[in-house]
Write a protein that binds this ligand. Sequence first.
Ligand code: IVH
Length: 670
Amino acid sequence: MSDTKQLEAQLNRLRSEIDEHNYQYYVLDNPQIPDAEYDRLMRQLQQIEADHPELISSSSPSQRVGAKPDSGFAQVTHQMPMLSLDNAMDDEEFLSFNKRVKERLKDSQDIEYICEPKLDGLAVSIIYENGLLTRAATRGDGNQGEDITLNIRTLNSVPLKLRSEQPPEVFEVRGEVFMPLEAFHSLNQVAIETGNKIFANPRNAAAGSLRQLDPKITAQRQLAFYAYSTGLVSEDFELANCHSERLAQIKTLGLPITSEIKVTHGSNEVLKYFDDILEKRNQLSFEIDGVVCKVNEIEKQNQLGFVSRAPRWAIALKFPAQEEMTELLDVDFQVGRTGALTPVARLNPVFVGGVTVSNATLHNMDEIERLGIMVGDTVILRRAGDVIPQIVSVIESKRPTNAAKIESPASCPVCSSQVERAEGEAAIRCTGGLICAAQRTQAIKHFASRKAMDIDGLGDKLVDIFSELEMISSISDLYRLEKQQIADLERMGDKSAQNLIDAIEASKETTLAKFIYSLGIREVGEVTAKNLAQHFSTLEAIQAATGETLEEVDDVGPIVAQHLINFFANPRNQKEVAALVDAGIHWPVIVKKSEGDLTLKGKTFVITGTLTNHSRQEAKAKLEALGAKVAGSVSKNTYALIAGAKAGSKLKKAQELGVQILSEEYLSTI
Ligand code: IVH
């Protein structure tokens, strides 16, 4: 064989190998090699192609990003129109669809339906000619769309070549391009940091990314694709005679389909599928807005035919909306624990994502400016899953003439102290510190919370009541509460009062790290508090620390150091800390670990199941004291899994990955 022939053969092997890994990863969801190995293969391919540009072929997996078109997107005509779907908004509408189908087919039996998730993205058509991707287009008006071939080529889940020795002359696949949630959130995060356009939802983000004239930008957007039907297919390919099998054919040819597809019989099974998917909705890695139900047999589809733009053999069962319109009635500013004033939108109550929402946070003044929102505006409110409701955009065309600008408050709405906006910070803050009743109350709530002093039974509501009745006006007042005062409150009684007094008493026994965290010093979270305690060993040493010594602590930079210095320099805080120690709060003496004692340094543990002799916190503390890290999920980097009783998925994962599994006894040996 000549050198060139040999090189060509090597290139083809490499390309097929990469194509196969893409197929295993994107279509079968079953990656065979680590990412690093895949990258190595790809680099090898790129290197050979760079050395021999004459051997580059446009279907090579390295050739996804090409040059951009000179002008806009060309118009293309769909040989077979791309239809849309009728919607069923509730069970009743679906049942009448089912009835119509049965009547038209003169079929008294249960109809076989295929159910699929309704992906919330954009419909596209992708055409393969003799196995090679030659054209991709948007749906457009159904008859004419835009040529987005160069952009679709950048999607890793879309093969440039079909997996077939004898590919059909023409094979058109239709499906949805969408942006997985993770990609959407990170895109918006970067946009916030760089002041770029923020997308209201994954669908808009997918649309914006697909309509980029420069495919390089599309390539960066991590768009994904799932096929949901065939389009025009040449006669040399024998299409199956039911939809579910056609989907399987598409998959065999190398294109991904969703794993949630199910063949069902009769309306009850469809409605059950709908409920199951609705339940799963928030666990999926992509957004769906309903279920598509299609008559499975193609023969029956043909009998049913179309009305105007939609088939009579399919229907979209829509989920309750996660976005609704409402009016912004007013904006209030709430004072947080560190004095930050958070604007809160008061809304005309609206039912969205399954609950009635009348408030939504607007985060800060930057967010208000970004949204361009005014009081009186009609806004789009979104509530997806358990995520707090968000205002995603303003409908400017509906702005009333008397809409009012949202002004940043000049003074604290609670204590009237001056407000300030530190340079580089989005938040405006009340400068009142503990003079401000709102900050005080928030500080007490934080102090009592689970990760802080963990005062059982002292929730936010009770702190509000104590503050309103002026039973407490500082953290240390908690330790002066008397049982009778509490028992006299409405709905309290003797027993709950005693329990609370006992819990307050029990909280006196703590750790230095928890105590530091409980003080609610700005930007001092649990980890920083732990590091401070470990580094300085005593409260006195922390109080006396300078900027320089503070910065020696892991995790502490100049800003956190300054917050610590400011906190302990404030006479009110000094008094409060002394009062707490006087009340009897104490912690075990910290024996400093030297580097040599950190026998588990660099090792990551995961704890799962029920432990019998240690609380989770204790187990974690024990491991961390020896330098180990404790993570929440098992990966190949996990050193060991400590599994208690009733361990579930984490144990399974550890077994799969070959991570060593230890019992709780291990903790007693360290
Ligand atoms: S089938 C003739 N299946 O929904 C049937 N469409 O509202 C045409 N969509 O334009 C579409 N998931 O963009 C079908 N599993 C699915 C789908 C789906 C999402 C979109 C598609 C279509 C729109 C119609």
